[in-house]
Design a protein around this ligand. Structure first.
Ligand code: SAM
Length: 232
């Protein structure tokens, strides 16, 4: 995300301003501007991912794990849509843990969703699961292959692992699209924060290093990429 804390100064440069999910200072429910807000030229968002098979599983119940669940919004959305499954989110950032727990409490979902703190480098899993989900999280991790291995081992037979992420383009031409430009901006921002996006070859390498079968790779209309892995 382009930090437009000094939004007026950014606007004067004529540079595009990109908001991730929602411009800061805008109410997500009503669109109302709350005091000072960021005026952006582009808004990018990350879509949640589920396949029809996973929806069927969630309708039936089962156990779901969101690896590095952030503020818990995916978990809450799934709990509200599917009344049966038991959901667990693991998360390392104290601020995200607090936000996720508050969201769960406020939504009255405390009996359905458990938010469990983990250390950044911790790769153990709190039990066995039918669906394990990563959303815009895998490439941040210190050891993505170790995390994938732990998740694969924690999957029940017939279970599915979904990894949704934004990737760096493989070909230089892809950088010359609006999506390529946005991704380049996200990448630079992440590099400043100590992470950075990766290309599809890197993801395939992490799965191979984790000892899993090759995932199915699905390019989504949003520009995100979904890796799908079913446990026999
Ligand atoms: C962009 S957030 C995504 C959170 C959530 N999955 C979502 O979609 O809202 C990245 C997640 O990776 C986790 N993470 C783990 N190790 C990290 C690291 N070294 N640097 C940054 N984030 C890290 C953060 O705690 C956070 O939950």
């Amino acid at each position: 995300m382009v930090d437009t804390g000094g939004n007026a100064a950014a606007a004067q440069t004529g540079a595009p301003v990109v908001a991730v999910d929602l411009p800061s200072g805008v109410n997500s429910d009503t669109g109302q501007v709350l005091g000072r807000a960021v005026r952006c030229t582009h808004t990018v968002t990350f879509q949640g991912a589920l396949g029809s098979k996973d929806v069927a599983r969630l309708v039936a119940g089962g156990r779901v794990l969101d690896v590095h669940c952030g503020g818990g919004r995916w978990l809450a959305a799934k709990a509200q849509r599917f009344p049966e499954p038991e959901l667990v989110g693991i998360e390392a950032e104290p601020d995200s843990i607090s936000r996720a727990r508050a969201l769960v409490e406020d939504a009255g979902l405390g009996g359905r969703i458990r938010i469990q703190p983990v250390a950044r480098t911790e790769v153990t899993r709190p039990g066995r699961f039918d669906l394990i989900y990563y959303q815009y999280a895998l490439h941040f991790l210190p050891d993505p292959a170790a995390s994938l291995r732990a998740s694969w081992e924690a999957l029940e037979p017939g279970g599915t692992m979904l990894v949704l992420d934004w990737l760096l383009p493989t070909e230089a031409d892809e950088m010359r699209t609006i999506h390529g430009e946005l991704v380049a901006g996200v990448h630079v921002d992440e590099v400043f924060m100590g992470a950075g996006l990766r290309d599809v070859a890197a993801y395939r390498g992490w799965f191979a290093e984790a000892g899993t079968p090759e995932p199915e790779v699905i390019e989504l209309p949003s520009g995100a990429t979904l890796f799908v892995l079913d446990r026999p």
